[in-house]
Ligand binder design. Sequence first.
Ligand SMILES: NC(=O)c1ccc[n+]([C@@H]2O[C@H](COP(=O)([O-])OP(=O)(O)OC[C@H]3O[C@@H](n4cnc5c(N)ncnc54)[C@H](O)[C@@H]3O)[C@@H](O)[C@H]2O)c1
Length: 282
Amino acid sequence: MTISTVGIIGAGTMGNGIAQACAVSGINVVMVDISDAAVQKGVATVAGSLDRLIKKEKITEADKSAALARIKTSTSYDDLKAAQIVIEAATENYELKLKILKQADALVAPEVIIASNTSSISITKLAAATSRADRFIGMHFFNPVPMMALVEIIRGLQTSDATHDAVKQLSERLGKSPITVKNAPGFVVNRILVPMINEAFFVLAEGLATPEDIDAGMKLGCNQPIGPLALADMIGLDVCLAVMDVYLTEFGDSKYRPCPLLKEMVAAGRLGRKTGRGVYQY
Ligand SMILES: NC(=O)c1ccc[n+]([C@@H]2O[C@H](COP(=O)([O-])OP(=O)(O)OC[C@H]3O[C@@H](n4cnc5c(N)ncnc54)[C@H](O)[C@@H]3O)[C@@H](O)[C@H]2O)c1
């Protein structure tokens, strides 16, 4: 099946980023959200992002116009019928995603692949809630989508080889470098990344080094572009804590216990950049 139109559910941070990646790659997009304001904001974000690429001389004004012309927006799921694949990128909430996926599943043709961009919900479980478990898959993009090369392709227990191969091809058409992952909490990247951040909080709590030195150590010694504590501030300490809690529950392994200092900082409302203070002051 040739994919000429991608349906995207959710026009937020990830949805509009995926829309941009598709549109600049010559693929038509139907982006659906719950209100006109939400879809308009999504398109405005894409336009702003394309303007920055023009300034950097990566694309031309004509490229921008062509990309924007490929993005159709709607508040009606009916418009998803034009798509050969639907990528769900709505708010991270299990009940909400179930509702959305059942709605999309009932509307689009049987051969259409449905993918979810969820960061934490089981792809196997979501697939089982649809009538097309073998044509359901995880497509985990990274933020900001237009800049980040990775797509984690997550195979649920039921995902077929044909579905996997089609999504891998699509990811490559978007200029991404996909990796294939079996469904498990955190998939691959966050499974490694978030416990590393948690360990950095243990190191800080034990007073082994200052936050600046911990971050400098990981930058200079491991070639990481940003230190783990500064990264925690960017992600949000509450998000890091929630992820560790999920691993602890799902794996039942004490190696995933969240650092008490991380819990303490979240309790104090020091959530990182978004609250002006986390490990660092902003
Ligand atoms: N932000 C990240 O760094 C990141 C990275 C990878 C994956 N994700 C995942 O991507 C998904 C979206 O995250 P986000 O950061 O873009 O969130 P966001 O809050 O920026 O956007 C979510 C959008 O979904 C819309 N929405 C809510 N209910 C809807 C419905 N019934 N139908 C259609 N749209 C609906 C909201 O109006 C909003 O515009 C989540 O599953 C998240 O876990 C996020």
